[in-house]
Design a protein around this ligand. Sequence first.
Ligand code: NAD
Ligand code: DAU
Length: 339
Amino acid sequence: MKILVTGGAGFIGGNFVQYMVNEYPEDMIINLDNLTYAGNLETLKSVEDKPNYKFIKGDIADREFIFDLFEKERPDVVINFAAESHVDRSIEDPEIFVRTNVLGTTTLLDASKTYGVKRYHQVSTDEVYGDLPLDRPDLFFTEETPLHTSSPYSSSKAAADLFVQAYHRTYGLPTTISRCSNNYGPYQFPEKLIPLMISRALADESLPVYGNGANVRDWLHVLDHCKAIDLIIRKGKEGEVYNVGGHNERTNLEVVKTILKALGKPESLITYVEDRKGHDQRYAIDPAKLENELGWEPEYNFDTGIAQTIDWYLNNRDWWENILSGDYQNYFQKMYVDK
Ligand code: NAD
Ligand code: DAU
């Protein structure tokens, strides 16, 4: 099989590409990525010389480029990870989120339809369901939960999901969608909560917690997400949506305190800052469909997963220190210092 993975130089796509190249030497994995601020080829060092791996630089929203690529490569399967993924950036500047996440997706769908791909998989998010109240721990997102987005990011992802479903119903394109909860693990860009807090704590810098830190996220190790996607593209039913999550709810404050404890740093580093606009309260996934129909179950528990992740950041300082010395510094200055 020839599998076109978009966004394979990012956090989840990068972990997925490494997993697939090693797991399926008989398949060809093509990584298409535009190398935005979040794309980093250093993540792919361990597979870059493998015969079943190829990198192509390009923009999923560039129609001519994408059609040329499909004409030349004729992929059997397309898995779309490529996206603008950070909620705070979408609040500052929504336009690029529409271009990449919506137009990029429809461009890939059109090319997939034209060239008859056997499976188009869209990597989506639990954020399309909006949020749940903190005082109703009995509620979870199922695949039937209505789309009810809060941020420009989640709105762009929901729009993309609706186009995927339209291409299935209208044109019969064989699609699947996965909607996953918050991922953690190696190679996550240090603007996201966990790597941001690890890198700042190591430098004895303040840890900016939005609002009162009581918001809840449902954390899943990135490799459990990768294995779920692998299962869905092989065994998932066309036209279906699958929720992915491991019942691992934590408040942001619990996560930050876990990191501080593991690093032996004081809680006095925690600084409460202005809340995120429209901040979603709680995400919580019900993964019963994926578990019951496809037999998926997560392998990591959060306590060992987070400990291993912290170790990874300690042992791979070059990877994230190179990022922090570049453009991200200007972004951090604008978001947290100049405000
Ligand atoms: P990321 O920001 O780390 O990586 C995104 C990648 O997409 C980068 O390599 C970037 O260069 C590439 N990209 C951006 N615009 C592009 C374009 N126009 N053309 C080609 N490539 C482009 O994101 P991530 O956290 O790895 O998320 C990957 C996907 O998973 C996204 O679709 C996101 O919505 C979804 N998702 C993320 C999480 C999470 O917790 N991070 C959870 C659920 C779903
Ligand atoms: O749920 C899946 C989503 O998870 C993905 O679709 C998104 O791509 C991914 O970025 C993530 O979104 P979140 O907004 O939940 O992740 P983030 O790491 O930005 O924030 C996690 C929580 O931590 C959130 O409640 C906001 C809070 N936070 C975040 C940052 C960056 C802070 O308190 N301080 C911070 O500095």
